[in-house]
Design a protein around this ligand. Structure first.
Ligand SMILES: Cc1ncc(COP(=O)(O)O)c(C=O)c1O
Length: 485
């Protein structure tokens, strides 16, 4: 067998590992927010497959040397890049427990299935979906969006589409130009083609232009295309804009279209009493995708799709197989099985860490952390607006602040290069990890706040670091040519 022969020694070793992990949590924020991986470490990580066994302590020593120091950085209070959740120490324990049970949540009669059902029911409750709604936990919102698209397609075209394909029918759908890349990717993967997704213009606040949506629908219908789906965005990845979900629900009800909401992080604004009005209408969606691993800080990976009509959900994914025939009793009972609600048969026990997070913090404390991030974003945005050398690039709708260092020196392309270089400089020094994007064609520094460890002081220090980097990079460019060119 592969378990330890000397269990007492393993127990002592495991306690040591847990102590090291807890030390790591206690130190979070004291070191750099990110560090580059040296070439020799990359080489060590690219070694050929180990053929001979090695003592576990040696394997762990290698982890400590080559893996642990070069972590993603998203546990750090000054990690502001992309949309990363920060995890929690208790979430780590929950993952340990899930790994210990090593459940396969594809189906059958065991506790992991019931825990997943519980967290799905809680989610339905939070978002105002009916208690009969179905859903499934996924690796993230990308997969959740794909599942929702497949359900919407099958609901519209009928179950025969699963065997016969579209047979030349031109199904088309709509999302805003600010939609996440996983939306066109889903159309591509599902075989509808990404061109079947019409990207509708946004207004000055980055929200879908509902009049332009109506015009596109009329144009496509007149051309013989078959609109079937509108995807609303609750929290655009670039600037955090939230579509008018109530208006989208009205269009969809009137034109008999499926409304899917990509609420990867923004949907969770529903947990903050001060912000839930921003996502009003979300309860009218036919399906909703969101992540627990972003703004609820459950360890990666933990996403979710909810589907209002459980029959339409199963109609899109259920498969029969003799060796998987459910039974009336025994281990093979427990219907319906999650394998019939998504593309995966074997599935890890994702629900446990989510269950722990809800139980430990309750929706009130989780919502308070979300509200805090939104208030921090407003404060940072206001500070930038008062600054002579910083420009706010987009309204702060939720938890994302996009800005540029722009003291009026240099033309637009030079400032684009400088701002890109500032972001890299901060990352490589480990002082903070912002990311970048483009707003209105201009490169901007992007600060995303889905971080329960960040303080106002961290954000003040971020701006100090930005200005310091700008000064150093300018000085270096003057002596050696543009380092950031
Ligand atoms: C709006 C939006 N949709 C979808 C996704 C994809 O989510 P995931 O990375 O969990 O697949 C993201 C990720 O940031 C997002 O911001």
């Amino acid at each position: 067998m592969l378990d330890p022969r000397d269990f007492a020694a393993f127990r002592a070793f495991a306690h040591r590992v847990l102590d090291d992990v807890l030390d790591g949590f206690a130190r979070v924020g004291s070191g750099p927010a990110w560090r580059p991986i040296p070439a020799d470490v990359k080489a060590k990580l690219a070694q050929p497959v180990p053929r001979a066994p090695a003592p576990l302590a040696d394997v762990y020593a290698e982890f400590r040397e080559t893996i642990e120091p070069f972590e993603n950085g998203n546990r750090h209070p000054r990690f502001f890049g992309w949309v990363h959740g920060t995890g929690t120490a208790a979430g780590m324990l929950a993952e340990l427990l899930a790994a210990a049970l090593n459940a396969n949540a594809g189906g059958r009669e065991h506790s992991a299935v019931y825990v997943e059902r519980a967290v799905l029911a809680w989610s339905a409750q939070i978002f105002g979906f009916p208690p009969t709604a179905s859903g499934i936990l996924t690796s993230g919102t990308s997969l959740a969006n794909l599942i929702a698209l497949v359900v919407a397609r099958t609901a519209f075209a009928g179950a025969a589409v699963r065997t016969d394909g579209l047979r030349g029918r031109r199904l088309v759908a709509y999302a805003s130009q600010a939609a996440h890349r996983s939306i066109p990717a889903a159309f591509d993967i599902a075989g509808l083609g990404s061109a079947a997704l019409r990207l509708v213009a946004t207004d000055a606040d980055g929200r879908i232009d509902v009049a332009a949506l109506r015009a596109a629908l009329a144009r496509d219908r007149a051309a013989g295309d078959e609109p079937f789906l509108v995807v609303g965005t609750a929290g655009s990845v670039d600037i955090g804009a939230i579509d008018d979900l109530g208006a989208l629900a009205a269009v969809c009800a009137e034109q008999r279209l499926w409304l899917h909401v990509d609420g990867a992080f923004g949907a969770l604004a529903v947990l903050s009493p001060d912000h839930r009005h921003l996502v009003a209408g979300i309860e009218r969606a036919d399906s909703l995708a969101f992540d627990f691993h972003k703004w609820l800080h459950v360890p990666y990976d933990a996403g979710c799709v909810l589907v209002r009509d459980p029959h339409l959900h199963a109609q899109a994914f259920a498969h029969a197989a003799d060796y998987l025939t459910p039974a009336a009793a025994g281990t093979a009972a427990g219907q319906p099985w999650f394998a019939d609600y998504g593309p995966e048969l074997s599935r890890r026990f994702r629900a446990l860490a989510i269950w722990f997070a809800f139980k430990e913090h309750g929706t009130e404390r989780l919502g308070a952390a979300i509200a805090r991030n939104c208030h921090q974003a407003q404060r940072l945005g206001a500070h930038i607006e008062r600054s002579a050398d910083l420009v706010l690039a987009a309204p702060v709708a939720l938890n994302i602040v996009c800005f540029r260092f722009d003291d009026g020196v240099g033309d637009a392309p030079e400032l684009d290069r400088l701002n890109a270089a500032i972001a890299i400089d901060l990352q490589e020094r480990g002082s903070a990890v912002p990311s970048t994007t483009r707003v209105g064609g201009r490169l901007v520094i992007r600060v995303n706040l889905t971080n329960h460890r960040v303080t106002d002081h961290d954000l003040d220090e971020l701006l100090v670091a930005v200005r310091d980097a700008a000064r150093r990079l300018r000085a270096a460019a003057q002596t050696t040519g543009p380092a950031h060119a």
